[in-house]
Design a protein around this ligand. Structure first.
Ligand SMILES: Nc1ncnc2c1ncn2[C@@H]1O[C@H](COP(=O)(O)OP(=O)(O)OP(=O)(O)O)[C@@H](O)[C@H]1O
Length: 453
């Protein structure tokens, strides 16, 4: 079968010369496109095997803009360039072309460049296919291997896994609910790895970690010059994830105005970069929150239409204290992982330590357990962990007289936990723990990490 090429070039004579060379070499050539819009219209009707692309075209958009779209769709392209200046050349290079053809075109160069481009493109496609096969949990064994990343044999964990298996193959958005540290991100990764999108990217966005004024550009991207400081065009996270999955952590932190824009992504699969035009994206959305979204909705901080769109398939991650039979298997799992990481020979826990682990109520959930085991391994001198630093005041059933003296760290931890509980684990924004404690939200987050919350 003949390979089909598309020439995107606004100079009629150059485009025609190129077309003659290609036809002589027995390629099939689609009608010449003079602008990005022309090219997209042609591609909608027939996808070419390779695009020969000039940088400066008719219309507002350049060949570099088109290159981003082609890349996202997995279509190979080669630039046709005159002597562009260095910054243009660098921007073009960043889009990952299969090569550059310098004008004026010589038949020998054109055909050699096309041979090289085909070679690289087929190699890349083979690598992608192999990766997908390797990652493919199509076999039961592969699927089981992925599922085993979630440690725990309790009924609530089995229920989570059943839900994951049901929804993974579909394109349905999933809302992961649960306290901080219960494994929401881990489950999001599992859903992506079990889904047909596993060979493409999983892009993780922590909505709480971004200053509100940057979230829009981070998610949707922006055009060069669209606002002060937009010195370069930026491709947003939704577009970066093309063909794959976007995991929006802490979705409850998304400012109201962006919730409207996000709703359009969910409804229409359409984004609008700042200063740019609307465009379609091919992504799956996973979102997580440790807030009570119904309460957020009631207080006007979360849009109702977005809530119902997102809440099609909620998966609730149980707190660790609701499944105490998972504590010791998880502890053993982290022991194995971390001893390997730090090359230490530690084989188990004393009975006393096991009892302590079982009697603590784990407000920071699995993450807190993981941090505690890591600390214990680092401090351990022998082959068995005989001591763990569990904050005394949280031991279930601890008596008042055991709580007499608290260290500064313990007090700080308790104080932060109290604030978090009062704010329903909301950290940022109005009514959040950072506001209550009168500290900067990122300082609070780093204190929480340090204290294993
Ligand atoms: N069931 C599990 N088995 C093994 N590891 C787990 C499990 N649950 C959680 N973890 C581990 O615990 C840590 C915290 O999990 P994760 O980051 O997924 O929690 P989260 O709910 O997304 O937290 P946050 O709401 O704070 O973002 C990670 O290192 C994760 O790998």
């Amino acid at each position: 079968m003949q390979d089909t090429l598309l020439i995107v070039e606004d100079q009629f004579i150059e485009a025609n010369n190129l077309k003659i060379i290609l036809l002589k070499a027995d390629y099939r050539v689609l009608p010449i496109a003079r602008s990005v819009d022309d090219a997209l219209e042609i591609i909608e009707k027939q996808v070419p095997d390779l695009v020969l692309l000039d940088i400066f075209l008719k219309g507002e958009r350049t060949g570099i803009d088109l290159a981003h779209i082609l890349k996202a769709r997995g279509i190979a392209f080669v630039y046709l360039s005159a002597n562009s200046d260095k910054s243009v050349f660098t921007a073009a290079k960043m889009t990952g072309p299969y090569g550059f053809l310098i004008k004026p075109f010589r038949e020998r160069d054109v055909l050699a460049m096309l041979d090289i481009a085909w070679y690289h493109h087929t190699q890349k496609a083979m690598v992608r296919e192999n990766e997908a096969k390797q990652k493919s949990p199509a076999s039961t064994a592969g699927r089981d291997r992925e599922l085993k990343k979630i440690v725990g044999d309790s009924e609530p964990v089995h229920e989570v896994l059943r839900n994951v298996e049901t929804v993974a193959d579909t394109n349905v958005p999933v809302l992961l609910l649960g306290e901080s540290g219960t494994g929401k991100e881990l489950v999001a990764r599992l859903i992506h790895d079990l889904s047909p999108r596993r060979a493409a990217k999983l892009v993780v966005v922590d909505c709480a970690a971004m200053p509100p004024h940057l979230i829009e550009s981070e998610l949707f991207g922006h055009e060069k010059g669209s606002f002060t400081g937009a010195v370069e065009k930026r491709i947003g996270k939704f577009e970066q994830a093309s063909g794959g999955t976007v995991f929006l952590d802490e979705i409850g932190e998304l400012p109201l105005d962006l919730q409207v824009k996000f709703l359009r992504v969910l409804q229409e699969m359409e984004i609008e970069p700042i200063g740019g035009k609307r465009k379609k994206v091919d992504i799956r959305i996973l979102a997580a929150t440790n807030r009570n979204l119904e309460e957020e909705m009631g207080s006007g901080r979360f849009r109702m239409d977005l809530y119902y769109r997102l809440n099609i398939f909620p998966i609730h991650l149980p707190a660790l204290r609701e499944r105490p039979t998972d504590i010791l298997p998880l502890a053993a799992h982290f022991l194995e992982m971390q001893t390997a990481r730090f090359s230490k020979h530690v084989t188990g826990f004393s009975e006393e330590v096991k009892q302590k682990l079982l009697s603590y109520h784990w407000p920071g959930n699995v993450r807190e357990l993981e941090n505690l085991i890591t600390r214990a391994i680092l401090l351990c001198q022998g082959e068995q962990i005989n001591e763990v630093q569990i904050p005394k005041m949280h031991l279930m059933g601890a008596h008042d007289n055991e709580l007499k003296v608290k260290t500064m760290t313990e007090s700080e931890r308790e104080h932060i936990l109290n604030a978090l509980r009062q704010c329903n684990w909301k950290i940022y924004g109005p009514g959040g723990a950072a506001e209550l404690l009168a500290i900067n939200a990122s300082t609070l987050k780093s204190r929480m990490k340090k204290l294993g919350i």
